[in-house]
Design a protein around this ligand. Structure first.
Ligand code: UDX
Length: 436
C-alpha cells in the first residue's frame, strides 16, 4: 500500500521511517525544497539517533521517495498522513494555518477516496471542525482520523517501534480499522475512540507530564527550605506504583517543542471554552519560575552579577537532541546578560547559535568544557549531558576562580564528588548540607 506523509519534521520523518520499515511504500512530501534536496542526497537535517540508518535502508529497498509539494499533481494513494507544524500563536493558541493549508491542498489533488490521518498536534475539537468545513459532502469520500504521536526527541524510533499505546480516533469504524492495521507489526495496545477524545489524550498526556514536573519542582523548593534531598524524596514517591518513577526529576523545568506549546494551547482552549484550568496555569507559572532559580542561587553566593564570569554548560532543552526550542538554558543566559555578567557557553552538540538570539559580543562559545570555564567564578549546568557528568571536576577547578561555585540546574552531578573537588555545590532541592 502507498502512503503519503506531508511535513517532514521530527514526527513526519519518524513516521516515514517506521512505516517504510513495516513494508509500506512511502512518499514523503514537504514545502521546503532545501529539505527535500538534502533528503534526496541522503542527509537528514534533524539529530535523531538511528533515523538515518532506517531511512537509508528503506531507500535502498526503494520504499521511500521524497518530493517537494510542487511536484505532486494528483494524490492517488489511499492514505495521507499530516505531520505539519502547529506552533504557538502570541496568545498561546495553536496556529493551525499549516494544517488548513494542507487539507485544502489535499482536496485539490484528490482523485479517489482516501483517509487523512492527522498526526499534527491539534486542539481538541479541531478534527470535527476541519471535517465539517472541508471534507463532509466532498465529491470523493475522505475519512478523517486523529492519530496523535507521543514520540520523544532522542528516543523517537524506540517510541515508534515500542509505543505504550496507539491512539486512533475517528467517526468511521472501517477507517479506524484501516489505520489500526498500519500498526499490526508493532503488537501495540490500541485505543480506539472518537476524534475529539483522541485529540484531548495528546494534550492531557503532555499537560499531565508537565504538571508532574512542576509538582516535583515545588517539592524541590520545599526541600531547599527544609534541608531535605529531592532525589531521595522523588525515589520514595515514585516507587508507589500509582505515581510511577518517570518525570520526577526536579530541576530548571521543562522545555522543548511540545510541552510549553501544548500546555499553553490547552490553557487557551480551556479559557475560551469557559473553564478556568487553575492547575495548568500553576504548572506554567512554576515552570517559568524554575528558570530563575540558578540566577538567584548565583546572586546569593556572588552578590551582584555585574562583570562576574559565569559558564553555562548545555544549551539544548534536554540531552540527546540538538533542539534548543524553549530551552531553559536560553532564558538563564538572557537573565545573566541582563544582570551584566560575562557569559561563556558550551554544548556538546550546539557549537554555536547561528540564530540571532544573542549579540556575538555578549557571549563567548568555549571550545570544550575546560576552555569555557576558564577564569569563571561559577558554572551553571543547564543540560544533563553525560559529558558534564563524566568530566574530571578537579581539573575544572584548577582553571576557575573563587568561590568555585557549581549550580547544578539538572541535579545530575554527585554533590559529594563536587564538594570533594573543592567546589560549592548548589542543586535544585538538594540538601543544604551539600552547600558548604
Ligand atoms: C515530550 C513528550 O514526552 C512526548 O510524549 C511528546 O510527544 C512530545 O513532548 P520531548 O519534548 O521530546 O517529548 O521531551 P521529554 O523527554 O518528554 O522532556 C521534556 C522536558 O521535560 C525536557 O526539557 C526535560 O528536561 C524535562 N523533564 C523531563 C524534567 O524536567 N523532568 C523530568 O522528570 C522529565
Amino acid at each position: 500500500m502507498r502512503i503519503m506523509v506531508i511535513g517532514l519534521g521530527y514526527v513526519g520523518l519518524v513516521a516515514v521511517a517506521g512505516l517504510a520499515k513495516a513494508g509500506y511504500q512511502i512518499t514523503g512530501v514537504d514545502i521546503n525544497i532545501k529539505k527535500i534536496n538534502s533528503l534526496n542526497n541522503g542527509k537528514i537535517d534533524i539529530y535523531e539517533p538511528g533515523l538515518k540508518e532506517v531511512i537509508d535502508e528503506a531507500r535502498l529497498n526503494q520504499r521511500i521517495s521524497f518530493k517537494n509539494i510542487a511536484e505532486i499533481k494528483n494524490i492517488d494513494c489511499g492514505i495521507v498522513i499530516i505531520c505539519v507544524g502547529t506552533p504557538s500563536r502570541p496568545d498561546g493558541a495553536a496556529d493551525l494555518s499549516q494544517v488548513e493549508y494542507t487539507i485544502e491542498w489535499i482536496k485539490e489533488r484528490t482523485i479517489n477516496s482516501l483517509t487523512i490521518i492527522m498526526k499534527s498536534t491539534v486542539p481538541p475539537g479541531t478534527g470535527e471542525l476541519l471535517y465539517k468545513k472541508y471534507l463532509a459532502g466532498f465529491s470523493y469520500k475522505i475519512n478523517y482520523i486523529s492519530n496523535p504521536e507521543f514520540l520523544r526527541e532522542g528516543q523517537a524510533l524506540k517510541d515508534w517501534f515500542y509505543p505504550d499505546r496507539i491512539v486512533i480516533g475517528g467517526n468511521n469504524n472501517k477507517a479506524i480499522e484501516e489505520v489500526s492495521a498500519l500498526y499490526d507489526s508493532l503488537n501495540a495496545r490500541i485505543v480506539k475512540l472518537d476524534i475529539t477524545s483522541a485529540e484531548l489524550i495528546k494534550y492531557a498526556a503532555n499537560a499531565f507530564l508537565a504538571t508532574k514536573i512542576s509538582f516535583i519542582n515545588e517539592i524541590a523548593c520545599l526541600c531547599d527550605c527544609l534541608g531535605a534531598d529531592i532525589n531521595s524524596v522523588a525515589t520514595g514517591i515514585g516507587l508507589d506504583n500509582r505515581i510511577g518513577e518517570g518525570f520526577l526529576k526536579a530541576g530548571i523545568g521543562y522545555g522543548g517543542s511540545c510541552f510549553p506549546k501544548d500546555v499553553r494551547a490547552l490553557n487557551f482552549l480551556s479559557t475560551i471554552n469557559g473553564h478556568n484550568f487553575e492547575l495548568l496555569r500553576a504548572t506554567i507559572i512554576v515552570n517559568s519560575r524554575q528558570r530563575l532559580l540558578p540566577v538567584q542561587k548565583l546572586r546569593s553566593y556572588l552578590g551582584n552579577l555585574v562583570n562576574k564570569n559565569i559558564a553555562v554548560l548545555g544549551l539544548t532543552f534536554k540531552p540527546g537532541t540538538d533542539d534548543i526550542r524553549e530551552s531553559p538554558s536560553l532564558d538563564i543566559i538572557r537573565l545573566l546578560l541582563d544582570e551584566g555578567a560575562n557569559v561563556s557557553i558550551y554544548d556538546p552538540i550546539r557549537k554555536n547559535l547561528n540564530i540571532n538570539l544573542f549579540r556575538k559580543d555578549q557571549i563567548r562559545f568555549g571550545k570544550n568544557i575546560l576552555d569555557t570555564v576558564k577564569g569563571t567564578e561559577a558554572v551553571v549546568v543547564a543540560t544533563e549531558w553525560d559529558q558534564f557528568i563524566d568530566t574530571n571536576w578537579s581539573e575544572i577547578k584548577i582553571v576557575m576562580n573563587e568561590p568555585f561555585l557549581i549550580v547544578d540546574g539538572r541535579n545530575c552531578l554527585d554533590p559529594c564528588i563536587i564538594n570533594n573537588c573543592g567546589f560549592i555545590y548548589s542543586g535544585i532541592g538538594r540538601a543544604k548540607a551539600h552547600e558548604r
